[in-house]
Design a binder for this molecule. Structure first.
Ligand code: GRF
Length: 218
Protein backbone atom coordinates (compact mmCIF):
# COMPACT_ATOMS: atom_id res chain seq x y z
CA UNK A 1 0.00 0.00 0.00
CA UNK A 2 1.38 3.45 -0.92
CA UNK A 3 2.31 5.67 1.99
CA UNK A 4 -0.37 8.23 2.76
CA UNK A 5 0.44 11.92 2.86
CA UNK A 6 -0.53 13.32 6.24
CA UNK A 7 -0.85 16.91 7.38
CA UNK A 8 -0.80 18.02 11.01
CA UNK A 9 -2.72 21.14 12.05
CA UNK A 10 -1.36 22.89 15.14
CA UNK A 11 -1.74 26.10 17.11
CA UNK A 12 0.97 25.71 19.76
CA UNK A 13 3.93 23.71 20.99
CA UNK A 14 3.33 20.69 18.75
CA UNK A 15 4.45 17.80 20.93
CA UNK A 16 1.84 15.48 19.39
CA UNK A 17 2.91 16.70 15.97
CA UNK A 18 6.48 15.76 16.90
CA UNK A 19 5.36 12.26 17.93
CA UNK A 20 3.69 11.81 14.53
CA UNK A 21 6.77 13.08 12.70
CA UNK A 22 8.99 10.72 14.72
CA UNK A 23 6.75 7.72 13.99
CA UNK A 24 6.59 8.57 10.29
CA UNK A 25 10.40 8.55 10.11
CA UNK A 26 10.27 4.75 10.28
CA UNK A 27 10.40 3.15 6.83
CA UNK A 28 7.54 0.75 7.65
CA UNK A 29 5.16 3.46 8.89
CA UNK A 30 2.24 3.84 6.44
CA UNK A 31 2.30 7.66 6.29
CA UNK A 32 4.63 10.57 5.68
CA UNK A 33 4.01 13.84 7.43
CA UNK A 34 4.01 15.97 4.30
CA UNK A 35 2.94 19.27 5.84
CA UNK A 36 2.40 21.09 9.13
CA UNK A 37 -0.11 23.96 9.09
CA UNK A 38 -0.52 26.45 11.91
CA UNK A 39 -3.14 29.16 12.30
CA UNK A 40 -0.64 31.08 14.42
CA UNK A 41 2.74 32.25 13.15
CA UNK A 42 4.15 32.11 16.70
CA UNK A 43 3.35 28.42 17.24
CA UNK A 44 6.47 26.79 18.67
CA UNK A 45 5.69 23.62 16.75
CA UNK A 46 6.50 25.32 13.43
CA UNK A 47 10.22 25.53 14.27
CA UNK A 48 10.16 21.92 15.45
CA UNK A 49 8.63 20.80 12.15
CA UNK A 50 11.11 22.84 10.12
CA UNK A 51 14.00 21.37 12.09
CA UNK A 52 12.71 17.94 11.08
CA UNK A 53 12.67 19.02 7.43
CA UNK A 54 8.88 19.11 7.11
CA UNK A 55 7.12 21.70 4.92
CA UNK A 56 5.20 24.22 7.00
CA UNK A 57 2.54 26.81 6.26
CA UNK A 58 0.81 29.49 8.30
CA UNK A 59 -2.82 30.20 7.52
CA UNK A 60 -3.82 32.85 10.00
CA UNK A 61 -7.49 32.97 10.91
CA UNK A 62 -6.97 36.67 11.69
CA UNK A 63 -6.51 37.39 7.97
CA UNK A 64 -10.11 36.35 7.38
CA UNK A 65 -11.93 38.18 10.17
CA UNK A 66 -15.16 36.38 10.98
CA UNK A 67 -15.27 34.55 7.66
CA UNK A 68 -14.51 31.02 8.85
CA UNK A 69 -15.23 29.43 5.49
CA UNK A 70 -12.70 31.68 3.75
CA UNK A 71 -10.10 30.72 6.38
CA UNK A 72 -10.86 27.06 5.86
CA UNK A 73 -10.82 27.45 2.06
CA UNK A 74 -7.30 28.86 2.37
CA UNK A 75 -6.31 25.86 4.49
CA UNK A 76 -7.99 23.55 2.02
CA UNK A 77 -6.02 25.10 -0.88
CA UNK A 78 -2.78 24.60 1.07
CA UNK A 79 -3.64 20.96 1.85
CA UNK A 80 -4.52 20.29 -1.79
CA UNK A 81 -1.32 21.92 -3.02
CA UNK A 82 0.58 19.43 -0.87
CA UNK A 83 -1.60 16.51 -2.07
CA UNK A 84 -2.60 15.62 1.48
CA UNK A 85 -4.66 12.44 2.08
CA UNK A 86 -5.24 12.69 5.84
CA UNK A 87 -5.39 15.52 8.35
CA UNK A 88 -4.47 15.23 12.04
CA UNK A 89 -5.54 17.95 14.44
CA UNK A 90 -2.97 18.25 17.22
CA UNK A 91 -3.69 21.09 19.60
CA UNK A 92 -5.40 23.02 16.79
CA UNK A 93 -7.47 25.63 18.61
CA UNK A 94 -10.06 26.56 15.97
CA UNK A 95 -13.51 25.05 15.69
CA UNK A 96 -13.98 23.75 12.15
CA UNK A 97 -17.14 24.26 10.11
CA UNK A 98 -19.26 21.37 8.81
CA UNK A 99 -18.02 22.24 5.31
CA UNK A 100 -14.40 21.43 6.13
CA UNK A 101 -15.31 18.45 8.32
CA UNK A 102 -17.45 16.93 5.57
CA UNK A 103 -14.71 17.47 3.00
CA UNK A 104 -12.34 15.35 5.13
CA UNK A 105 -14.86 12.85 6.47
CA UNK A 106 -13.10 9.68 7.58
CA UNK A 107 -9.70 11.27 7.02
CA UNK A 108 -9.74 13.88 9.80
CA UNK A 109 -8.45 12.85 13.22
CA UNK A 110 -8.17 14.65 16.54
CA UNK A 111 -6.53 13.91 19.86
CA UNK A 112 -8.37 14.94 22.98
CA UNK A 113 -6.91 14.86 26.49
CA UNK A 114 -9.62 12.84 28.24
CA UNK A 115 -11.31 9.48 28.06
CA UNK A 116 -14.18 10.57 25.84
CA UNK A 117 -17.11 10.96 26.15
CA UNK A 118 -16.03 12.32 29.57
CA UNK A 119 -14.68 15.86 29.73
CA UNK A 120 -15.28 17.22 26.24
CA UNK A 121 -13.98 20.75 25.71
CA UNK A 122 -11.23 22.59 27.57
CA UNK A 123 -9.47 22.26 30.96
CA UNK A 124 -9.95 18.51 31.00
CA UNK A 125 -7.30 17.76 33.64
CA UNK A 126 -8.60 20.25 36.22
CA UNK A 127 -12.12 19.00 35.59
CA UNK A 128 -11.05 15.35 36.00
CA UNK A 129 -9.41 16.23 39.34
CA UNK A 130 -12.49 18.17 40.45
CA UNK A 131 -14.70 15.22 39.55
CA UNK A 132 -12.50 12.87 41.58
CA UNK A 133 -12.06 10.27 38.84
CA UNK A 134 -9.40 7.61 39.49
CA UNK A 135 -8.68 6.96 35.84
CA UNK A 136 -8.15 9.60 33.17
CA UNK A 137 -6.54 9.50 29.75
CA UNK A 138 -6.61 10.48 26.12
CA UNK A 139 -8.63 9.62 23.04
CA UNK A 140 -7.96 9.73 19.31
CA UNK A 141 -11.18 10.06 17.34
CA UNK A 142 -12.50 10.84 13.89
CA UNK A 143 -13.74 14.41 13.72
CA UNK A 144 -17.45 14.93 13.14
CA UNK A 145 -19.52 18.11 13.25
CA UNK A 146 -20.21 17.84 16.98
CA UNK A 147 -17.21 18.89 19.09
CA UNK A 148 -15.15 16.02 20.61
CA UNK A 149 -17.89 13.54 19.72
CA UNK A 150 -16.68 11.56 16.69
CA UNK A 151 -16.06 7.80 16.65
CA UNK A 152 -13.22 6.83 19.00
CA UNK A 153 -10.30 5.08 17.33
CA UNK A 154 -7.99 4.53 20.30
CA UNK A 155 -7.78 5.45 23.96
CA UNK A 156 -5.13 5.29 26.65
CA UNK A 157 -5.86 5.30 30.36
CA UNK A 158 -3.63 6.65 33.11
CA UNK A 159 -4.16 6.63 36.87
CA UNK A 160 -5.05 9.78 38.78
CA UNK A 161 -2.83 10.03 41.88
CA UNK A 162 -3.77 11.75 45.13
CA UNK A 163 -0.88 14.20 44.82
CA UNK A 164 -1.78 15.19 41.24
CA UNK A 165 -2.13 18.76 40.09
CA UNK A 166 -3.62 19.63 36.69
CA UNK A 167 -0.04 19.97 35.41
CA UNK A 168 1.24 16.64 36.71
CA UNK A 169 -1.85 14.88 35.39
CA UNK A 170 -1.50 16.65 32.03
CA UNK A 171 2.11 15.46 31.77
CA UNK A 172 1.10 11.83 32.44
CA UNK A 173 -1.70 12.04 29.89
CA UNK A 174 0.57 13.70 27.33
CA UNK A 175 2.98 10.74 27.46
CA UNK A 176 0.03 8.51 26.65
CA UNK A 177 -1.08 10.84 23.85
CA UNK A 178 2.30 10.50 22.22
CA UNK A 179 1.89 6.71 22.14
CA UNK A 180 -1.66 6.50 20.82
CA UNK A 181 -1.72 9.20 18.14
CA UNK A 182 0.89 7.53 15.91
CA UNK A 183 -0.68 4.13 16.60
CA UNK A 184 -4.18 5.35 15.72
CA UNK A 185 -3.02 7.10 12.54
CA UNK A 186 -1.29 3.88 11.51
CA UNK A 187 -4.53 1.90 11.88
CA UNK A 188 -6.42 4.45 9.78
CA UNK A 189 -3.75 4.57 7.06
CA UNK A 190 -3.78 0.79 6.85
CA UNK A 191 -7.57 0.94 6.60
CA UNK A 192 -7.85 -1.37 9.61
CA UNK A 193 -10.13 1.23 11.19
CA UNK A 194 -12.57 3.18 9.04
CA UNK A 195 -15.46 5.48 9.71
CA UNK A 196 -18.67 3.88 8.46
CA UNK A 197 -22.12 5.38 9.15
CA UNK A 198 -20.71 7.56 11.93
CA UNK A 199 -19.03 4.66 13.75
CA UNK A 200 -15.63 2.99 13.69
CA UNK A 201 -15.48 -0.19 11.65
CA UNK A 202 -12.52 -2.15 12.99
CA UNK A 203 -10.95 -5.16 11.34
CA UNK A 204 -10.48 -8.22 13.51
CA UNK A 205 -6.70 -7.98 13.76
CA UNK A 206 -6.84 -4.36 14.90
CA UNK A 207 -9.41 -5.09 17.57
CA UNK A 208 -7.09 -7.68 19.12
CA UNK A 209 -5.93 -5.52 21.99
CA UNK A 210 -4.75 -2.63 19.84
CA UNK A 211 -7.62 -0.37 20.81
CA UNK A 212 -7.01 -0.28 24.54
CA UNK A 213 -3.67 0.79 25.89
CA UNK A 214 -3.06 -0.44 29.42
CA UNK A 215 -2.66 2.07 32.25
CA UNK A 216 0.72 3.62 32.59
CA UNK A 217 1.44 3.53 36.32
CA UNK A 218 3.82 6.11 37.74
C1 GRF B 1 -2.77 18.09 23.77
O1 GRF B 1 -3.02 17.83 25.12
C2 GRF B 1 -3.93 17.64 22.93
O2 GRF B 1 -4.56 16.50 23.43
C3 GRF B 1 -4.85 18.82 22.99
O3 GRF B 1 -4.03 19.93 22.98
C4 GRF B 1 -2.74 19.58 23.49
C5 GRF B 1 -1.75 19.94 22.42
O4 GRF B 1 -0.43 19.73 22.83
N1 GRF B 1 -5.81 18.76 21.91
P1 GRF B 1 0.74 19.69 21.76
O5 GRF B 1 0.67 21.01 21.00
O6 GRF B 1 0.52 18.52 20.88
O7 GRF B 1 2.00 19.60 22.57
Amino acid sequence: MARKRGAVLISGRGSNMASLIAAAAASDYPADIALVVSNRSDAAGLARAQAAGIDTAVVSHRDFGTNREAFEQAMQDTLERHRVDLVCLAGFMRVLTPWFIRRWEGALLNIHPSLLPAFKGLDTHARALAAGVRIHGASVHFVTAELDSGPIIMQAAVPVLDRDTPDSLAARVLTAEHRIYPAALKLVCEQRVRMVDGRCAVDAAASDGAMLVAPDIG
